[in-house]
Design a protein around this ligand. Structure first.
Ligand SMILES: *Cc1c(COP(=O)(O)O)cnc(C)c1O
Length: 360
């Protein structure tokens, strides 16, 4: 059996150690004679799984006491609606920064529930940069301020988190959660779908400052109300059990790797190898402005559609898979999440060097 290097933006590569552990426990989880998928979500074994997962993510992210950790369903996309449904409840006003497709979808959803002010946008240049934010443009009376910290499709990332004062800051961290230590005191609500950097699809992580919840209007469905999930500790209904179990294994793996500081160091090392190569290459280049470049998703181009297609095909034959860029950007994109080994990035750069020699 040969594992390939999977550069997919999501669902994405998972740590091999985690997959092996899951395989080992598949038929008989800790002597109970069942797989995790067959366990009651109210039973002793699963209670231990979800509580351990919660405790471990609290530890690795250093989550303050007054924030709640929720394991929900519906993907990151359901949060596009849950955020306004729960938070746009005072002045019915919100501020959004438009940094690409995922912000646009969130904006469209928020507009159904109140006024949306676009504070800044990088749409003028196909989202190749994170726009400069001018605090004078922020609405003082917004119910919240919304950003996407890492833009999966374009490969941009905030290097500085805006100070929104008393206005709660909400962040979609789907593609850079757990890639880097986060100062949670700067945020009031963050969320992320599991399938980029945490585990298999199905679970969505929400970390919310507790006092923000419980203010939704009465007609908000119970399942879309953060308070429901806080009160029931993510067990109001059947949670995405297996996805929570897998994410729990990933949290343990991160702890064993030395936590987020060690993970960040490795992520920087990996990204630097690829960016350094792109800087000096006469064939490949990054379309992203230097100051906004992501550590997780790295788009690159040859400038020729034919060469891009040839590259993607030949790389795939060599076990370097899913390198095709998003259709709105073109070219290639290497997603190098936590679970992508350093050797995978080295193999990619070596292949790019060979390709450049032959085709440059
Ligand atoms: C993938 C992604 C989403 C959508 O996630 P789903 O779980 O498919 O709803 C939203 N935001 C960002 C930044 C993403 O990368």
């Amino acid at each position: 059996m040969a594992r390939i290097y999977n550069f997919s933006a999501g669902p994405a590569v998972l740590p091999e150690e985690v997959l092996k552990k899951a395989a080992e426990e598949m038929l008989d989880y800790k002597g109970c004679g069942m797989s995790v998928m067959e366990l009651s979500h109210r039973g002793k074994e699963f209670t231990d799984i979800i509580e351990t997962a919660r405790a471990n993510i609290r530890e690795i992210m250093e989550i303050p006491e007054n924030y709640k950790v929720l394991f929900l369903q519906g993907g990151a996309s359901m949060q596009f609606a849950m955020v306004p449904l729960n938070l746009m409840n005072k002045n019915k006003k919100s501020d959004y920064v438009n940094t690409g497709q995922w912000s646009k979808k969130a904006i469209a959803e928020a507009k159904k529930y109140g006024e949306v002010n676009i504070v800044a946008s990088s749409e003028d240049d196909n989202f190749k940069y994170i726009p400069r934010l001018d605090p004078a443009a922020f609405s003082k009376d917004a119910d919240y301020f919304y950003i996407v910290t890492n833009n999966t499709i374009y490969g941009t990332e905030y290097k500085e988190i805006p100070d929104t004062g008393d206005v709660p800051l909400v962040a979609d961290m789907s593609s850079n959660i757990l890639s880097d230590p986060v100062d949670l005191s700067k945020f009031d609500l963050i969320f992320a779908g599991a399938q980029k950097n945490m585990g298999p699809a199905g679970m969505t992580l929400v970390i919310i400052r507790e006092d923000l919840a419980g203010k939704a209007s009465d007609d908000v469905p119970a399942l879309l109300n953060y308070k429901t999930h806080i009160d029931s500790e993510s067990l109001y209904n059947t949670p995405p059990c297996y996805s929570i179990y897998m994410a729990g294994l990933v949290f343990k793996w991160i702890k064993e790797k030395g936590g987020l500081t060690a993970i960040k160091k490795l992520n920087h090392e990996k990204a630097q190898i690829l960016y350094d190569y792109l800087e000096q290459s006469s064939l490949f280049s990054s379309p992203v402005q230097k100051e906004s470049r992501s550590m997780m998703n790295l788009p690159f181009l040859t400038g020729s559609k034919e060469l891009d297609a040839k590259f993607i095909e030949e790389a795939s034959v060599c076990g370097l898979k899913t390198l095709k860029g998003h259709r709105t950007v073109g070219g290639m994109r290497a997603s190098i999440y936590n679970a992508m080994p350093l050797d995978g990035v080295k193999a990619l750069v070596q292949f790019m060097e060979e390709f450049e020699k032959e085709n440059g």
